[in-house]
Design a protein around this ligand. Sequence first.
Ligand code: NAP
Ligand code: ZN
Ligand code: ZN
Length: 349
Amino acid sequence: MTDTTVAAYAAATPKAPLEKTVITRRELRAHDILIEIKYSGICHSDIHQVNGDWGDGIFPMVPGHEIAGLVSAVGPGVTRYAVGDRVGVGCFVDSCRTCENCVAGQEQYCTGGGMTATYNATDRDGEPTLGGYSTHLVVDENYAVTIPEALALDVAAPLLCAGITLYSPLRHWGAGPGKRVAVVGLGGLGHLGVKIAHALGAEVTVLGRTPAKRPDALRLGADAYHATGDPATFEQLAGRFDLIVNTVSATLDLEAYLGLLRTDGTFVQVGIPDQPMVVSPFALVNGRKALAGSMIGGIRETQEMLDFCAEHGIGSEIEVIAARQINEAYARVLASDVRYRFVIDAATI
Ligand code: NAP
Ligand code: ZN
Ligand code: ZN
């Protein structure tokens, strides 16, 4: 096979609407697989990057890092996958493979030049990467994962970013029986955090802005729901949680949330707003509290997460859309009008 031209949706310039276009996927190398994409999730990070919230991007930009599909061709050296296999690709498609973090399976924290993001990055040959809002993707077999048979591809797609972004910190900070965990923000990341934390055996509380999502939160496995728009919430829950995972895409009053941690509790930031958040040292020193961050997860942990989700029947709550609805979906995500992830049917691209 030589370089192939495939259909995709791209933003031509920052903040531009996404439009249908054609892009080139590279000829298969020894360890490459060609994936026929079936579904691609819409992550809030896609919107941040199209809009330039995190600085200059590389345009035209084809977003998409929640990719689920089938292997349709393999390079001559491929050993991990065969044609027809169900596979997923998340937020990165390469890394240095030799640094301490890559060797430890934490490629997302690669110190040898950083992970190569699935889109809006330059790969190790100097070519721009183009993401999953497309019909096909070529990726090194070591940067794909197996989607277990028990998970339908549409509900599995969002697990590749949203799922692993919550699974990794929940595991790292020991969410489980006897632990009180709060998930802040019930969106794409948050709703999977609730399902996973519940399956891990933790007591789960959702902190959302208004009471509107309470029934959903309880249905998804939360033990409690509180509206952060009500100041009484912060008095009522003071000192309650061992772990708070903040998925909110905007800045928050961090100190108010640190007040909800018990002694030695940890607040983990996973949302990536475009503005800094300030914190007084007093909010941390009093109660030996920790303020931490976490970014997606490595390949091994992503596979572990998929296997865990298959075992516990955890998929994303999704609304499947046609590719021509992407711009409308972006507007609805920004308005928090999504229950709880838009997933593009790649057959419509
Ligand atoms: P999402 O589906 O839009 O969910 C975000 C949720 O945050 C909303 O549902 C809403 O929940 C809450 N929220 C939104 N605006 C708010 C505001 N102004 N004040 C308070 N709460 C607000 O987004 P997502 O895809 O889950 O992504 C969330 C964030 O995580 C984004 O910044 C994204 O870039 C980032 N992210 C980080 C990683 C990582 O590795 N660290 C990975 C993926 C995404 P309620 O209605 O319940 O309040
Ligand atoms: Zn994402
Ligand atoms: Zn590395």
